[in-house]
Design a protein around this ligand. Structure first.
Ligand code: ARG
Length: 564
């Protein structure tokens, strides 16, 4: 199926100085098809061959062998351009069909990828900032899974720390069991916010909070019972949101899970001579790495975020023997990860280079457009519900007779938010604007879903048609159709690239490209025509596009309703 490989093979025979992998990386797909279907630029070879790029291109051009799948090879300037044999190409792609393109790949067989994502902090709001780690992490999970890896999704809950001491004090002073049971996390946050306000005026509250946290660390029953309860209340809300997003985790081992696992790790750091004591705190200096020291314990002996991450990584390596352990957080944690990754390396763990931080940019709201009754914090659940409401209104206006309106509103409303989040490179900041998110014509989730529904509708109309097995592929070589087929063909490579760069946006952009190509094809070609051979051939294209869109959307966690 993999067409690029044919080009790589041809080039490999001619250029012995480069590996097939390097050649593959250099191959481009010209935006203007007059320049060929694939192009090999020679600029970067100037250094290797000590010759002008044009000359190199000429020489490579002369050495080029032949392939039944390539109809022409032309050298233009510093490029070697390849024109595929369209009939062969179409036949190769479509005869394999969507099953071949959409099936799980074998790249990752026998290897495990651990993904640490979402990981909200208990008793703190699950807000728009946590949306990105949840959505990006879930997409990476699906992408690696498609490549055949075994994935382990871990929700490293922030379920331990001084915030619980504060919450216990706040609860004892101003809390009400009934209110918390009724309003859940909202009520917890209310008293947590009140704690901070009051502590401004009465700093001794902070001492009280610290004392409660120490009790927790010492296994005090009452303290732990409250902690457990706060955790359950928060988890209920998180799980509701995960359900809306259709996201599951393989493990909820959060920070507290490592309470009894840190001691041996600290001892090992001491044994290895990595610990220094500074003002009573234990630290690992990273001066040689130009980084501030990594804090292991505070002077009162309590452990830190990094201590738990170091312990968790060792635990995960032992438990899952991962090929990669990926952490998805906002970029403001770059230093934290760089520091403790170094500590792992200094401990002599060879797998330190298998730890990967995947940072992302921030989300900001287009001012005034988002209503939040609670002030600063925009709750994820409210955001998702607002999107569903708005989508319901759009459907009501556009297609009031639609069946399953509610289900579709959910799939489109939530899909729109997810898609918007994944459309740009993850490191870019996202500005959230409803006009953009829910635009049915832009490069959006609804646009892609609408294209999917259109393809489904064509196939429904053709339900009774028995498509002949013997498709005449020569009928599909016009420019618009060919563009669709070329785009279909790219899918496996796009998945690989998305995994390599840990960048789900490659999938989102791809599925927009495919939708656009399909829509041009659709607007210019009648599909159910009299000419049966043509009709069958075109129906095959539609079927293939439909399946690829569904699979691609699935990889980024977006549903594909059949009608909308
Ligand atoms: N709970 C942290 C936060 O909300 C994110 C945890 C990320 N995962 C990790 N292993 N450090 O900022």
């Amino acid at each position: 199926m993999e067409f690029k490989k044919i080009i790589v093979d041809l080039l490999s025979d001619a250029i012995t100085e480069l590996s097939a992998h390097d050649i593959e990386e250099m191959i481009e797909i010209p935006s203007n098809t007059e320049m060929g279907d694939y192009a090999f630029p020679c600029f970067r070879l100037a250094k290797v061959f000590r010759k002008a790029p044009n000359m190199i291109a000429n020489e490579i051009g002369e050495k080029m062998g032949e392939s039944a799948y390539i109809s022409n090879i032309k050298v233009v300037g510093a490029y070697v351009n390849f024109y595929v044999n369209k009939e062969k190409y179409v036949e190769k792609v479509l005869s394999a069909g969507s099953n071949e393109i959409c099936k799980k790949m074998e790249d990752g067989i026998g290897k495990t990828i651990v993904l640490d994502y979402s990981s909200p902090n208990i008793a703190k709001p699950f807000h728009i900032g946590h949306l990105r780690t949840t959505i990006i992490g879930n997409a990476l999970y699906k992408i690696f899974e498609q490549l055949g890896y075994t994935c382990v999704g871990i929700n490293h809950l922030g379920d331990w720390g001084t915030q619980f001491g504060k919450l216990i004090v706040a609860y004892n002073k101003w809390g009400s069991k009934e209110e918390i049971e009724k309003h859940g996390i909202h009520e917890l946050i209310k008293i947590y916010v009140k704690f901070h306000e009051e502590a401004e005026k009465e700093p001794s509250l902070n001492d009280e909070a610290r004392a409660w946290f120490t009790k927790m660390e010492n296994g005090h029953d009452e303290a732990l019972a409250l902690w457990q309860w706060f955790k359950e209340i928060s988890m209920k809300e998180f799980k509701r949101v995960y359900k809306m997003l259709d996201i599951e985790f393989d493990s909820y081992a959060g920070e507290s899970f490592y309470n009894d696992k840190m001691e041996p790790v600290i001892a090992s750091l001491e044994d290895k001579g990595l610990i220094e004591v500074s003002e009573g705190a234990k630290i690992v200096t990273l001066e040689d790495e130009n980084m501030p020291p990594c804090l292991i314990t505070k002077k009162d002996g309590s452990t830190l975020y990094a201590t738990r991450d170091i312990t968790a990584a060792i635990y995960r390596k032992e438990t899952y023997d991962f090929e990669k352990c990926v952490y998805v957080t906002a970029f403001d944690q770059n230093l934290h990860f760089a520091q403790w990754f170094k500590v792992i390396e200094k401990m002599g763990f060879k797998w330190a280079d298998k730890l990967v931080h995947v940072p992302y940019g921030l989300v900001s709201m287009e001012s005034g457009k988002l209503s939040s009754r609670k002030g600063q914090i925009i709750y994820l659940e409210e955001l998702l519900n607002e999107s569903i409401d708005k989508t319901r209104q759009i459907i009501e206006a556009k297609n009031p007779d639609l069946e399953n309106k509610e289900e579709v509103a959910k799939a489109v409303g939530i899909g729109a938010i997810v898609f918007n989040d994944l459309y740009n490179n993850r490191i870019k900041d996202v500005v959230f604007s409803w006009d953009k998110v829910l635009n049915f014509e832009g490069e959006t989730g609804p646009y892609v879903q609408y294209t999917y529904a259109r393809a489904s509708s064509v196939l429904r109309k053709a339900e009774d048609i028995e498509i002949s097995d013997d498709v005449d592929y020569t009928r599909l070589t016009d420019d618009l159709t060919f563009q669709v087929i070329k785009t279909i063909q790219r899918f496996p490579d796009v998945i690989r690239l998305a995994a390599e760069k840990l960048e789900p946006s490659f999938i989102s952009r791809y599925v927009v490209d495919l939708s656009q190509a399909f829509n041009s094809f659709y607007h210019n070609n009648k599909i159910i025509v009299e000419d049966e051979a043509l009709r069958d051939a075109r129906l095959m294209v539609v079927k293939c596009v439909k399946d690829v869109i569904e699979t691609a959307l699935g990889l980024i966690g977006v549903k594909a309703p059949e009608k909308m």
